[in-house]
Ligand binder design. Structure first.
Ligand code: CA
Length: 405
């Protein structure tokens, strides 16, 4: 390969499978620009783990997410990119049956990196039957939709119950973000990418007057279509196109691809997909600016109009494109099967298939390789019991287990 193919996230990343590295082409002077990026490959973790195929009789079509309903370990729910959500019996390892929970494929546009990209149960799903969808529909070229659906049987959702609560017209078909998660505070967090193309040509992620390149936080339980949590950084703003958007919780993101809350200490972890050189793990703070298009990871990218370096929050871990090309954020391990991983943030790379662990050490975090796989790791899933699962975009679900051998 002589050119650096622009890295645009989980779908375009598929094109890169088999490309061992990406050479140059970013135009910012390379990793030496800041002198602070450590491109050394991660060492092997001293923890014996392996993957086992979970529910081997089930294969899904372009799955992008895996989750359980709040405090309910009885079933798993799988989000298929084309617009179908399925569920299956989590207690039957040999089950060969999955049931359609909802099918909105007729309104989902999978152009570029589009699709049904996120699904979240309301924290009180057991009593209110509410869940939320995140997908792209046809627009100019795409429009991102966040909507509420309601279940009357705790198992399926009638598309006729859908209530759109937020829309965002996408200028390009890539970098749609799309992950949605309820926080331990009961608010809905929504990740949106920078709007797409390459290098954030519209300067969206640093612009507070739009919702691109940001993590949003809204209250779906008050007002219509939603309210703004009182401690959002721009609460009180009118929210016109000339003002900061009150939904923004954090910004300066390129394409947040999966984020999660540590279920013990509530830390919010996020994987932000890089441009040509660097993939990053961020710990998200209220009001934080995570740097993109001024910085890619810790490296300078395009500094025109940017503030002092101290105004940005830099990754707690990053890796260069010799180790992978598209980060997939995971979870802090809180299961019981692998005691050595307790409290370790586990994440992966869609292209290289590597699974990493971010171990705490005296100086901060130490990124180590847990496993090399040949999977297209598109998401992690966390069971009610805290165990971790890996979703292969090729269709299978895998479980991270101790390697007793
Ligand atoms: Ca960043």
């Amino acid at each position: 390969m002589t050119n650096c193919i622009e890295q645009i996230g989980f779908l375009a990343a598929a094109v890169l499978v088999g490309v061992s590295s990406c050479t140059g082409g970013s135009g910012f002077g390379g990793l030496g620009g800041s002198g602070s990026v450590n491109c050394a490959s991660a060492a092997r973790a001293d923890v014996a783990v392996k993957l086992e195929r979970a529910y081997p009789n089930l294969t899904f079509t372009a799955p992008v997410a895996l989750l359980q309903a709040p405090a309910d370990a009885s079933r798993w729910f799988v989000v298929e990119r084309a617009g179908v959500i399925r569920s299956f019996d989590a207690t039957n390892e040999t089950t060969a049956t999955s049931d359609v929970v909802i099918n909105i494929s007729g309104q989902v546009d999978t152009s570029g990196e589009g699709g049904l990209l996120g699904f979240a149960f309301h924290p009180r799903f057991a009593t209110n039957g509410e869940a939320f969808l995140s997908y792209t529909t046809s627009g100019n070229p795409l429009t991102s939709i966040i909507s509420r659906v309601r279940s009357v049987d705790s198992m399926t959702f009638d598309p006729a119950t859908e209530e759109v609560i937020l829309t965002l017209d996408q200028p390009f078909t890539n970098h749609n973000g799309g992950h949605i998660v309820f926080g331990p505070d009961g608010f809905l967090y929504i990740g949106f990418g920078d709007g797409g193309s390459s290098g954030d040509p519209l300067n969206n992620a640093q612009n507070l007057n739009n919702l691109f390149g940001a993590l949003l936080r809204i209250d779906v339980d008050i007002m219509t279509p939603y309210g703004i949590p009182p401690d959002n950084p721009f609460v009180g703003s009118g929210g016109s196109s000339a003002e900061p958007q009150p939904e923004i919780y954090a910004y300066g993101l390129r394409n947040p691809w999966r984020f999660s809350f540590d279920r013990v200490n509530r830390t919010l972890w996020l994987g932000d997909v890089g441009q040509d050189e660097i993939e990053e793990v961020d710990i998200i703070e209220n009001g934080g600016n995570y740097g993109w298009r001024c910085y890619e990871g810790s490296a300078e990218f395009k500094l025109n109009g940017c503030g002092a370096r101290s105004e940005y929050i830099f990754p707690v871990a990053e890796y260069c494109h010799d180790e992978g090309n598209s980060i997939t954020g995971g979870y802090v391990y809180r299961g019981g099967a692998i005691p050595e991983l307790q409290g370790v943030y586990v994440f992966g790379d869609f292209v290289s298939g590597t699974i990493f662990g971010l171990f705490t050490d005296a100086g901060g975090f130490d990124r180590r390789v847990l496993l090399d796989t040949d999977l297209n790791i598109v998401s992690f899933g966390q069971g009610a019991d805290g165990e971790l699962y890996i979703v292969d975009f090729g269709g299978g679900v895998y479980r991270l287990v101790a390697d007793g051998g």
